[in-house]
Design a protein around this ligand. Structure first.
Ligand SMILES: [Zn+2]
Ligand SMILES: [Zn+2]
Ligand SMILES: [Zn+2]
Length: 104
């Protein structure tokens, strides 16, 4: 018994940039999102500085990157299980999958 996958649709956006790495299937579920802000709102609330920003590619939530003191993007993943974030401004080689723990 093998499941019939012939109807599966693959999104061209999800093509891996790194041909040698296994593809990240989490990219398949993503739809275009609009960043909800240009700042980390949680850091602004407590007047914290951030090193960089990430935008959640599931919901558009913007939070500070993992090299920032508060790591709100990581906290967003832990709260929501939204797997992939992109650096802001977005670039094709700057996406990070938290589940796989690597750039995708
Ligand atoms: Zn992944
Ligand atoms: Zn933050
Ligand atoms: Zn999210």
């Amino acid at each position: 018994m093998t499941p019939d996958r012939s109807g599966m649709i693959l999104d061209a956006r999800a093509v891996s940039l790194n041909g040698s790495a296994p593809r990240c299937e989490h990219l398949d579920a993503l739809l275009p999102v609009t960043p909800q802000s240009r700042t980390c709102r949680q850091c602004q609330t407590v007047r914290e500085e951030w090193a960089g920003l990430l935008v959640c590619l599931t919901c558009g939530w913007v939070a500070c990157s993992d090299d920032s003191p508060r790591r709100h993007a990581l906290a967003h993943y832990e709260e929501t299980d939204h797997p992939v974030a992109s650096a802001l401004p977005p670039g094709p080689a700057r996406r990070w999958c938290y589940v796989h723990g690597r750039a995708v």
